[in-house]
Design a protein around this ligand. Sequence first.
Ligand SMILES: Cc1cc2nc3c(=O)[nH]c(=O)nc-3n(C[C@H](O)[C@H](O)[C@H](O)COP(=O)(O)OP(=O)(O)OC[C@H]3O[C@@H](n4cnc5c(N)ncnc54)[C@H](O)[C@@H]3O)c2cc1C
Length: 261
Amino acid sequence: MHIIVLVKQVPATDNVRMDEKTGTMIRAGSDSVVNPTDENAVTEAVRLKKEAGATVTALSMGPEAASRALREAYAMGVDRCVLLSGRAFAGSDTIATARALAAAVRKAGPVDLVLAGERATDGETGQTGPMVGALLGLPVITYAQKLVLGEGGLEVERLVEGGFERMACPLPALVTVVKGINHPVVPSLHLKLRAKKLDIPQWGAADLEVPAGELGLNGSPTRVARIFSPKLSRNTVWYRENGGHDGLTALADWLTGEGLI
Ligand SMILES: Cc1cc2nc3c(=O)[nH]c(=O)nc-3n(C[C@H](O)[C@H](O)[C@H](O)COP(=O)(O)OP(=O)(O)OC[C@H]3O[C@@H](n4cnc5c(N)ncnc54)[C@H](O)[C@@H]3O)c2cc1C
């Protein structure tokens, strides 16, 4: 069994800063980490590796520095890592990113299961995993909170508002996982040391069977028209309680009028 986990390196903060002029993310000055739900996806892959004897490949697209995220995945227990890197990928939106990742999965395959995080903490679209699955023609299940390998394929509990759905699908498939699926495995010291010396293969656009016009900025139909921080304004009104509860009554009337209670 071969499992490929998609691992994205993201800024180590939820407070992503954007350059309002260029519409791009300001990455300088912020540390990078493995996207939190990708740690859960890696942990799930490593669990299935132990359970079903799978081989696990971690795949990331990003600048050379993204190899750090792959080294962390290796220290968590994946068997091999591949980094997609090069100028041809720069400026990719979600569909161009998904095309590159899907082509790399095809090249690294055959694959039985592709795992991804529910969404990345920087871009936060949650589109990449399902797009990769669609491009590969695989069944896709999103928001998995439990995965069980069965005789005929996968049984999945899928988180939905107010509960969960139980689903089954044949393999190969692509599944995105939520944070609650597990506690991320703690990297072992032994693997951390090996990860430091790990030779990570780098694939560029020439290694993938994707027309050049479908990658990077040229292959990205998304245009960022404008980016800005919303300005929040506050109007404070004081309701004072004077012993006769006038203030409280007025506050309750206001909350009722606004439909808040
Ligand atoms: C016009 C435009 C230009 C952009 N230019 C750049 C750029 O030059 N450089 C840049 O870094 N970003 C760029 N981005 C952002 C980039 O498109 C997104 O980061 C990327 O498509 C992933 O989307 P997301 O962050 O919403 O991830 P989500 O879809 O929320 O991520 C879900 C899951 O998909 C997987 N995943 C997502 N991205 C990757 C990845 N790169 N490698 C491996 N797995 C992944 C992970 O498992 C992740 O948990 C650009 C975006 C736009 C709209």
